[in-house]
Write a protein that binds this ligand. Sequence first.
Ligand code: SF4
Ligand code: SF4
Ligand code: SF4
Length: 164
Amino acid sequence: MSRKEVQPLHIYRFLPRTNCKLCGCPTCYSFAFDLISRDRTLNDCPPLQEPEQADALKTLKGFLGEGERIPGTDHVIDRTRCTGCGDCVLACGRALTTVTIGGRLSKRETVPEVLQVINGSLHVINAPSCKRSDKSLDLCGVCADRCPFEALDLVKAEPRDDDD
Ligand code: SF4
Ligand code: SF4
Ligand code: SF4
């Protein structure tokens, strides 16, 4: 299973499932959602750090990868995997200048680039330009789809939809 296919239920199956609330979530299942959105990390679950949970923790790390969410964006970048190839930057450049309205592709005015490779690793340099920051636009995912190394993921936009 690729990381993009991992759902909260997959995560939940490997959590301690005691609903102890030590992580700050009301249930282990809600913690699974927060792990997917990277609002919390595996370190936030104390029982998961116990020796008897080592196998489960290893599996969960495999599901979630080493990526870190860039604050204020949907982007999760795994710098242990990013080669700085720039494929996502090129793909984003094309995505930024087009938008689908009523099923038809239309040109959009030029906007500043969102992504840039700096010192061999991807960075988000202009988050407000990202189409995902504008809810009136398509929920773009072109950059992550383009990454050949599973180094880039996109998670739910902030503020979360269920906060509306
Ligand atoms: S701390 Fe871990 S075991 Fe306790 S509720 Fe949170 S996820 Fe479940
Ligand atoms: S989600 Fe779309 S607009 Fe945003 S950085 Fe990725 S490709 Fe660019
Ligand atoms: S995130 Fe992926 S596509 Fe983008 S520069 Fe890194 S390796 Fe290349």
